[in-house]
Design a protein around this ligand. Structure first.
Ligand SMILES: [Zn+2]
Ligand SMILES: [Zn+2]
Length: 86
C-alpha cells in the first residue's frame, strides 16, 4: 500500500511506494516525514562543515561541528604537536 505524506518542511505531498513502505517497516524505520528534496537538504545541513581558526597559527581549518566560543582548535599540523606534548 503506497503512502501519501505531507512533507514537514515544504508541505508538498509526496508518495512512498509499496516497496519503500515495506522496506521501512521491515527495518523498523519511521516513515519519511520529508520529501526527497528536503531530506537531501537536511542531510547537507547535518554534514555542514564549519570554519574555524587554528589557535596556534591562525590558519583556516574546517570543523565537523560548530566551534563553540572560547574553545581551542588546531590545524592538523598543530593538533598533532599539541597532543604529542604529554
Ligand atoms: Zn519537502
Ligand atoms: Zn596551525
Amino acid at each position: 500500500m503506497s503512502l501519501t505524506i505531507t512533507c514537514a518542511t515544504c508541505s508538498k505531498e509526496f508518495t512512498m511506494s509499496d516497496e519503500e513502505v515495506a522496506y521501512f517497516k521491515k527495518k523498523g524505520y519511521q516513515m519519511r516525514k520529508h520529501c526527497l528534496e528536503c531530506s537531501a537538504k537536511r542531510r547537507e545541513t547535518l554534514h555542514q562543515i564549519y570554519r574555524g581558526l587554528c589557535a596556534t597559527c591562525g590558519c583556516d581549518i574546517s570543523l565537523p561541528f560548530n566551534p563553540s566560543e572560547g574553545g581551542k582548535y588546531y590545524c592538523r599540523q598543530h593538533y598533532t604537536k599539541v597532543s604529542n606534548q604529554h
